[in-house]
Design a protein around this ligand. Structure first.
Ligand code: COA
Ligand code: AMP
Length: 634
C-alpha cells in the first residue's frame, strides 16, 4: 500500500524541479525564479536562480502582516541567568530586528558584508542574525564554547566588517567572560573588524575599547529602523564554520532561497508542526541545529521558538526539559541523544516527568550523533510518545533521513534514522563508487544535485568544496558517514569515515587537536582518537611520543597538553585524557593506525593489521590504555 511518504518521495523522483517549485509556494518572493535549478556550473548547483526574496521578511514581517503580530515568536527561558523568562511577540521581534538592522547600517555594514556573531543563548542573538538577513549582510555565528584562536581563524576567513558579541555567557556554576576571548581573537587575527557591539549582561560587564567597541543598548537606542533589502535567492544568508579534517574549519555557505523553501517544507512534512504552535530545539545557536531549528524554520512557519539558556541536568535538576515543555506548551522537542543520556543517568525512572503537564507535547526528535537504541527506547518508555532519530549534517542544514511525521509515521527501527527525506537519493557504495547490496556497510553518498537548503559551496572556496565532497565519488556528495541501507530502505548511520568525532553532539576534528598537540615543544608525534563515552557518546583521547632528551615529567607535559587544547580549541572539546607512549603503531608506509587503537580503547574486537610495521607496539599501547582506564571504560 502506498503511503503519503511514498507519494511525496515518488513525486520528487518523477520531477524534482516541479516538486521544489511547488514547495517554494510556501515562501514569499519579491521576484519569482527564472529557473528552479541552475545546473550551468555543475557540479555546483544553484536553486531558484533569478528569484528575489528576504529571509527576515519571511521569518518576521510576513507574519506581522498576516495578523500574527501579537503571537509569541521568541520565548527566552534562562535558569542560569536567574530564572529569567521573556517573550517577544512577532511585532516586538520585528521592531527589535529593524532597529538592529539600522544599528548595523550605522556601523557601515551593507549587503554582502560579513558580520560575526559571538553571543550566548539570549534573544538578542536571534535579533542579530535576523538583522543581518534583513539588510542582506552575511552572518557567521561562532559557538561560545570555542577559544579565541578558533574565533580568530573564523575572523580571518570571513573578514567581517563588524562583530556582535556579549559581555559573557553563563555555564552552570561559572560565568564565561566573552570579551577577553573577543579581544584576544582580534589581536591574533590579521583581519581587524572595524566595530564591535557588546551586549552588556548584568552578571559580568565588559570594558569597552573606545573607538572600536559600542554598547549594544546605546547603539540600538540611537539606530533608525532598517527596511527589508531584497536579495537574490542565491545570495548567501550565512556562513557556518564546521570541523574539517584539518584545524582549518570549513565555511559552509547557506543561500537565502533554497534554505527558506527547504526549512519551511520540513516543519510540516518532517516535524508535523502547524503555524502558531511552539517548537523547541534544545541546542545552541552556534550549531547548525540552532541556526535551522531554533531560529529559522520555526519562524518561517509562524511558530514560537524557545531559546533555552540552560542544560538538561543541573539547572536545577533532570526535570528541566519537562518544565520548559510544559510551561511554554512545546509541541516538539529536538535535541541530541547525549542530553537524554544525561537525564537518564540522574533520573533513571523519569520520575520527574509526573510533576509536569506535557499534554501539548507530541514528539521527541533526536539528531547530531548516533542515537543508541538503549537511550532511544528509554526515552520512548518514559515519554510514551514517538521518539524520532533523524540524520543530518551542518552541510545539509536539514534532515537527510528521517521518519517524516507529517507524511505518516513509519514503524521505528531502533538504530535507524528511517528513510531518505524527499529530495535526497541516499546510496551506499564501495570504494569504486559501486552500490553495495542491502545490509552491507559502505560509504554513504547522496546523488547530486543536493536539494535546496544544502550547502551550494564553501565560503570563497569552490575548489575545496569540490575536493572535500564531490571528487571521490563523481556524481555524488560524500557524506563522510559510513553505514548501510536495509531491505526496507531504512538508513543506519554507524560511524564517520574521516577524523571527525562527536562529543556530546558537538562536531570536532581530532586532526585539529593533533595540530595543537604537535605544537608543544616536547612532542615528537601524536595521535588523537575518539573513544566511547557513556554520557558524551565520544571523547577525545591523546597519545603522544616525546622528543628524545625531554626531562620534564610526563604528567606535567600531559597537563600542558590538556590546557593547550582547552585554550586553543575550547572547553567544548572535552579533551581531558592524554598519555605518553614510547611509539605509535604505524603501517609500513607510515600511516598511524588510529582505527586499531580506537577499537582497543573501546574494548572492541580487533585484528592485527596486515600492513603493521611492528606488532609489538600494539601491546605497549594496550598497556598504556589500560593505565589510563581503557579498554572497557565507557
Ligand atoms: N560557552 C562556554 N563554554 C561552554 C559552552 C558555551 N556555550 N558550552 C559548553 N561549554 C563548556 C562546558 O562548560 C564544559 O566546560 P568544563 O570543561 O569547564 O566543564 C565544556 O565546555 C564541555 O561541555 P559539554 O560537552 O557540553 O559538557 P557538560 O558536561 O557541560 O554537559 C551535557 C554535558 C550532556 C549536559 C551537554 O553537553 C548537553 O546539554 N548537551 C545537549 C546536546 C546539545 O546541545 N548538542 C548540540 C548539538 S544538537
Ligand atoms: P554536525 O555537522 O555537527 O551536524 O554533525 C554531523 C555528523 O553527526 C554526521 O555526519 C554524523 O556523523 C553525525 N550524526 C548526525 N545525526 C546523526 C544520527 N541521527 N545518527 C548518527 N549520526 C548522526
Amino acid at each position: 500500500m502506498s503511503t503519503r511518504y511514498d507519494e511525496a518521495y515518488g513525486a520528487w523522483r518523477a520531477d524534482p524541479e516541479a516538486f521544489w517549485a511547488e514547495a517554494a509556494e510556501g515562501v514569499d518572493w519579491f521576484r519569482r525564479w527564472d529557473r528552479v535549478l541552475d545546473a550551468d556550473r555543475a557540479p555546483l548547483y544553484r536553486w531558484y536562480a533569478g528569484a528575489e526574496t528576504n529571509t527576515c521578511h519571511n521569518a518576521v514581517d510576513r507574519h506581522v502582516a498576516a495578523g500574527r503580530g501579537d503571537q509569541p515568536a521568541v520565548i527566552y527561558d534562562s535558569p542560569v541567568a536567574g530564572n529569567i523568562k521573556r517573550v517577544l511577540t512577532f511585532a516586538q521581534l520585528q521592531s527589535e530586528v529593524a532597529r538592529a538592522g539600522g544599528m548595523l547600517r550605522a556601523l557601515g555594514v551593507a549587503k554582502g558584508d560579513r558580520v560575526i556573531i559571538y553571543m550566548p543563548m539570549v534573544p538578542e542573538t536571534l535579533v542579530a542574525m535576523l538583522a543581518c538577513a534583513r539588510i542582506g549582510a552575511i552572518h557567521s555565528v561562532v559557538f561560545g564554547g570555542f577559544a579565541a584562536n578558533e574565533l580568530a581563524t573564523r575572523i580571518d576567513d570571513a573578514k567581517p566588517k563588524a562583530i556582535l558579541s556579549a559581555s559573557c555567557g553563563i555555564e552552570p556554576g561559572r560565568v564565561v567572560p566573552y570579551k577577553p576571548l573577543l579581544d584576544g581573537a582580534i589581536e591574533m587575527s590579521s583581519h581587524k573588524p572595524e566595530k564591535c557591539v557588546v551586549l552588556q549582561r548584568e552578571m559580568e560587564t565588559a570594558e569597552l575599547i573606545p573607538g572600536r567597541d559600542l554598547d549594544w543598548d546605546e547603539a540600538m537606542a540611537a539606530a533608525t529602523p532598517a527596511d527589508i533589502v531584497p536579495v537574490a535567492a542565491t545570495d548567501p544568508l550565512y556562513i557556518l564554520y564546521t570541523s574539517g579534517t584539518t584545524g582549518i574549519p570549513k565555511g559552509v555557505v547557506r543561500d537565502n532561497g533554497g534554505h527558506l523553501v527547504a526549512l519551511k517544507w520540513s516543519m510540516k512534512n518532517i516535524y508535523d508542526i502547524d503555524p502558531g504552535e511552539t517548537y523547541w530545539a534544545a541546542s545552541d545557536v552556534g550549531w547548525v541545529v540552532g541556526h535551522s531549528y531554533i531560529v529559522y524554520a520555526p519562524l518561517f512557519h509562524g511558530c514560537a521558538t524557545i531559546v533555552y539558556e540552560g542544560k538538561p541536568v543541573g539547572t536545577p535538576d533532570p526535570g528541566a526539559f519537562w518544565r520548559v515543555i510544559s510551561e511554554h506548551g512545546a509541541a516538539a522537542l529536538f535535541t541530541a541523544p547525549t542530553a537524554f543520556r544525561a537525564i537518564k543517568k540522574e533520573d533513571p525512572e523519569g520520575a520527574l516527568i509526573g510533576n509536569y503537564d506535557l499534554s501539548k507535547f507530541r514528539t521527541l526528535f533526536l539528531a547530531g550523533e548516533r542515537a543508541d537504541p538503549d537511550t532511544l527506547q528509554w526515552a520512548e518508555r518514559i515519554l510514551d510518545r514517538p521518539v524520532i532519530d533523524h540524520w543530518w549534517q551542518t552541510e545539509s542544514g536539514w534532515p537527510i533521513a528521517a521518519n517524516c511525521m507529517g507524511l505518516g509515521q513509519f514503524p521505528v527501527k531502533h538504530g535507524s534514522s528511517t528513510k531518505a527525506v524527499p529530495g535526497y537519493d541516499i546510496q551506499v557504495v564501495d570504494e569504486q563508487a559501486k552500490q553495495v547490496p542491502a545490509g552491507e556497510t559502505g560509504a554513504i553518498v547522496v546523488k547530486l544535485p543536493l536539494p535546496p537548503g544544502c550547502l551550494p559551496t564553501l565560503w570563497q572556496a569552490d575548489d575545496r568544496y569540490v575536493e572535500s565532497y564531490l571528487e571521490e565519488f563523481p556524481g555524488y556528495y560524500k557524506t563522510a558517514d559510513a553505514g548501510y541501507l536495509d531491505e526496507d530502505g531504512y538508513v543506519f548511520i554507524m560511524s564517520r569515515t574521516d577524523d571527525i568525532i562527536n562529543v556530546a553532539g558537538h562536531r570536532l576534528s581530532t586532526g585539529g587537536m593533533e595540530e595543537v598537540l604537535s605544537a608543544h615543544p616536547d612532542v615528537a608525534e601524536c595521535a588523537v582518537i575518539g573513544v566511547a563515552d557513556q554520557l558524551k557518546g565520544q571523547v577525545p583521547l591523546g597519545l603522544v611520543v616525546l622528543k628524545s632528551g625531554v626531562t620534564r615529567g610526563e604528567g606535567e607535559i600531559c597537563q600542558d597538553l590538556v590546557g593547550m587544547v582547552r585554550g586553543q580549541i575550547g572547553p567544548v572539546a572535552s579533551f581531558r585524557t592524554c598519555a605518553v607512549v614510547a611509539r605509535l603503531p604505524k603501517t609500513r608506509s607510515g600511516k598511524i593506525l588510529r582505527g586499531t587503537m580506537r577499537r582497543i580503547a573501546d574494548g572492541e574486537e580487533w585484528s592485527m593489521p596486515a600492513t603493521i610495521d611492528d606488532p609489538v607496539i600494539l601491546d605497549e599501547i594496550t598497556g598504556t590504555l589500560g593505565e589510563v582506564g581503557y579498554p572497557g571504560k565507557g
